[in-house]
Ligand binder design. Structure first.
Ligand code: ADP
Ligand code: ZN
Length: 433
């Protein structure tokens, strides 16, 4: 079912006309209400009147995460605090968190876009949605929650953690859908099996999974272990939260961007130049309906490409390809660029390995080194040493052949590596320690 048929199936010209009208409004509003934007536009020598077509968007300056930090906590809001009804913040592992605010209408828009996303996963008011995204400052929990209620589905506000209880509710409440990170769902599947639960016999039909990069191979694994459809949802707190784009169950190939609320561009991360459709680069978003915290040309650091081809589901919104990584997650190992998700794809193609891995980056002299730690299955673990050595060689060779990177490989016994309740931490960088 298409939740907002009227918008989600607009012809391209109508989408673009709507985008231009909304873009002009937001640009004028931020210029007059947010000191940061007025300064940024003035020093770039542009005024709101310079935006006469969508193409003129590229005249406007970028906004980056540091700008949010510099204006911490509320400096980029474009409405008075009395109109803000909700605050969220990013986890902010380094330095201060980034704070985002919402008006009543922003919350309603967000709920609508999440409801669209659930509908794109084939869900209706008759579904029961188990929400294991963390509730709190993180946008995942409440974002999915409001969307599920808007759709009219029954939502179980489980949040993350308490794994045993999660399994119990999955059995007893019989949810038909689950929201969490893909790595956490694999962890739940593993924990369930250990408790003697047949995870395939649960009523679960679909997973709405996101908040971290994952590969198509990881999708296959999840679908096999739980007998569900695993769909990809994308978002970031700065732009809104989850529900900026979502894969449809019919197409299962790329995520439809809600273009009536966000304008997406792909740029060359080095030069900032806008790239044509289909080319891979950094994703940039401009929010065109947000009231509290509009963002102009925000650089997400996420790497993907836009897919303008028509999708079989009937939605006309452009799709973005699965995120291959973040530009700041890209490892440069002896001059070769590689994303953790590429290594994941290689590992998961090899029989006998578990989808649990960690990448240890270190430096010897002036050269970066990469060690891949990956768990082997119980069966392989009991094999002879020689078999294990062969497996190690095979991984090394495949990583070299497919990605051109020389890595050390360390096989780890089953369930030895750390598990994560939210976003998985795949890379341990020892270079700065
Ligand atoms: P935090 O900043 O606390 O990590 P956010 O939820 O705002 O919280 O993080 C957003 C980031 O998460 C995105 O910029 C992207 O890197 C990543 N992300 C979210 N959804 C996906 C997805 N489906 N695939 C890959 N990466 C994702
Ligand atoms: Zn589609």
């Amino acid at each position: 079912m298409i939740y907002n048929e009227e918008f989600e199936t607009l012809p391209r010209e109508a989408i673009e006309a709507l985008q231009l009208k909304r873009l002009q409004q937001v640009v004028s509003r931020v210029y007059h209400t947010v000191g940061f934007y007025r300064k940024a536009f003035d020093s770039a020598g542009v005024t709101p009147d310079d935006v006469q077509s969508l193409d003129d968007l590229k005249k406007l300056p970028f906004t980056v995460k540091q700008d949010l930090r510099d204006n911490y906590p509320f400096g980029l809001f474009s409405v008075p605090m009395s109109n803000i009804v909700r605050l969220h913040a990013s986890s902010g592992t380094t330095g201060k968190p980034t704070v985002v605010g919402y008006t009543k209408r922003d919350i309603d828009t967000w709920a609508t876009l999440m409801a669209r996303s659930f509908a794109a996963a084939g869900l209706t008011k008759n579904d029961v949605i188990h929400n294991s995204y963390g509730y709190g400052l993180f946008t995942g929990g409440l974002g999915a929650h409001y969307g599920a209620e808007k759709l009219g589905a029954s939502v179980i506000p489980m949040s993350g953690g308490s794994t045993k209880k999660q399994i119990l509710l999955l059995q007893d409440f019989g949810p038909t859908a689950i929201c969490c990170t893909p790595s956490y769902l694999l962890f739940l599947a593993e924990a369930g099996r250990e408790m003697g639960v047949d995870m395939k016999s649960l009523r679960l039909r679909v997973g709405i999974l996101g908040a971290e990069p994952w590969s198509d191979r990881m999708r296959d694994q999840i679908e096999k272990e739980l007998d569900i459809s695993a769909l990809n949802i994308y978002g970031l707190s700065e732009v809104m939260g989850p529900g900026v784009s979502m894969e449809c169950i019919e197409g299962r190939n790329g995520l439809h961007i809600y273009e009536d609320h966000f304008i997406a561009e792909i740029i060359d991360p080095k030069t900032g130049e806008v790239l044509p459709y289909g080319e891979t680069g950094e994703l940039v978003f401009t929010t065109i309906t947000k009231e509290a915290f509009p963002l102009i040309r925000y650089r997400t650091k996420d790497i993907t490409r836009l897919m303008p081809e028509v999708c079989k589901c009937g939605r006309t919104f452009m799709r973005m390809e699965r995120i291959s990584g973040r530009s700041d997650d890209m490892l440069i190992i002896r001059g070769v660029n590689v994303f953790p998700s590429q290594i994941e794809s290689v590992i998961m193609d090899i029989e006998g390995l578990e989808p649990h891995y960690q990448l240890i980056v270190d430096r010897e002299g002036s050269l970066d080194t990469l060690e891949i730690q990956v768990e082997v299955s119980e069966k392989v673990f009991s094999d002879e040493i020689r078999e294990l050595q062969n497996l190690e060689k095979r991984i090394k060779k495949d990583v070299k052949d497919y990605l051109g990177v020389t890595a050390k490989v360390k096989l780890v016994e089953p369930k030895k590596l750390q598990r994560f309740e939210g976003k998985a931490q795949r890379v341990v960088d020892k270079r700065n320690i």
